[in-house]
Design a protein around this ligand. Structure first.
Ligand SMILES: Nc1ncnc2c1ncn2[C@@H]1O[C@H](COP(=O)(O)OP(=O)(O)O)[C@@H](O)[C@H]1O
Ligand SMILES: [Mg+2]
Length: 280
């Protein structure tokens, strides 16, 4: 079966496949956002690039997309299936619709093998914009691999193709784990979530990197375990001259995001501790 979002939205065949799957995985709850059908808007989403998904299918690592976990302006994350296994499939929007100017600060110091490509990106030619978006997505996959290999709790990366990053699905029976930002936790659990999240923050910094968008919006909470996500904007502490500035921004939004959980971490103290971990 050809993988297209339409298989899920519109064709009999897609729905049948979904139903079959559902019966195998009894706990998939049809009422949940995780198994809702894709809307017409989502199906016609410019982010959908069938050739990237076809490639993953050709490699035998993805059979189909089952449902949408979260749709966003820059990327949408789908629940994907390969045989009995579930995956999270992050599909970036055609990034031409967004301005890349704000990404310049993150791009600094990244390795671009070919001078020709670097020049095209700097000049913003059509080829440059294409190359830029592919590199942005590949960077997420590359960073995830590095962090995963370093033993930091992030989803296990599976594959990257064009504008698609496929990774371990964090959740159970097709129901995705919640972000810390969406939960209301008791004091003890909130403190534990904070402790683990700070540990992840420190581990990323110790590995020589800054997440670039670190807050409860990018931390999943699954069975009492914090897992960081969303890495295209990760920067190297030694390769990006704005790294400290980005780190400070991260510390502030990280601390602010825990206010929802009635915690009030001392951003200055955390920033200083992180700075001491950096070997400039
Ligand atoms: N591996 C995963 N397992 C389960 N859910 C995920 C996974 N990765 C992302 N999500 C869900 O998709 C949302 C968007 O993913 P994210 O990588 O943060 O992209 P962005 O914020 O750029 O749209 C997350 O907030 C989370 O709810
Ligand atoms: Mg995010």
């Amino acid at each position: 079966m050809k993988i297209t979002l339409n298989n899920i939205e519109e064709t009999e065949e897609g729905i049948t496949t979904f139903e079959k799957f559902k019966s195998k995985r009894k706990k998939l709850s049809p009422g949940s956002q995780n198994v809702r059908k894709l809307t017409a808007d989502e199906s016609s989403d410019r982010s959908f690039n069938s050739s990237d998904l076809e490639e993953l299918r050709g490699r035998g690592i993805l059979d189909e997309l089952i449902s949408i976990i979260k749709s966003g302006k820059e990327a949408s994350v789908y629940l994907g299936r390969c045989a009995e296994d579930l995956f999270a499939v992050k599909i970036y929007t055609d990034l031409r619709v967004r301005s890349f100017r704000k990404d310049d600060i993150y791009r600094q110091g990244r390795f671009i093998g070919e001078a020709r490509v670097k020049k095209a990106i700097d000049q913003g030619s059509a080829f440059g914009v294409d190359a830029h978006q592919i590199l942005w997505v590949q960077e997420e996959f590359r960073q995830m691999n590095f962090l995963y290999e370093a033993g930091i709790p992030v989803p296990k990366p599976v594959a990257c193709s064009g504008l698609v990053v496929m990774m371990e699905f964090i959740g159970e029976d097709g129901i995705a784990a919640e972000r810390l930002s969406d939960l209301s936790l008791e004091k003890d659990e909130a403190e534990e979530a904070f402790r683990q999240s700070l540990k992840i923050f420190e581990a990323i910094v110790s590995s020589g990197r800054v997440h670039g968008d670190f807050s409860t919006y990018n931390i999943l909470w699954h069975n009492g375990k914090a897992i960081a996500i969303d890495f295209p904007q990760v920067v190297g502490l030694n390769s990006n001259t704005a790294a400290k500035e980005i780190l400070l921004k991260d510390v502030n939004s990280f601390c602010k995001s825990f206010k929802r959980h009635k915690l009030d971490p001392d951003a200055g103290k955390i920033y200083n501790r992180l700075l001491r971990m950096i070997d400039y």
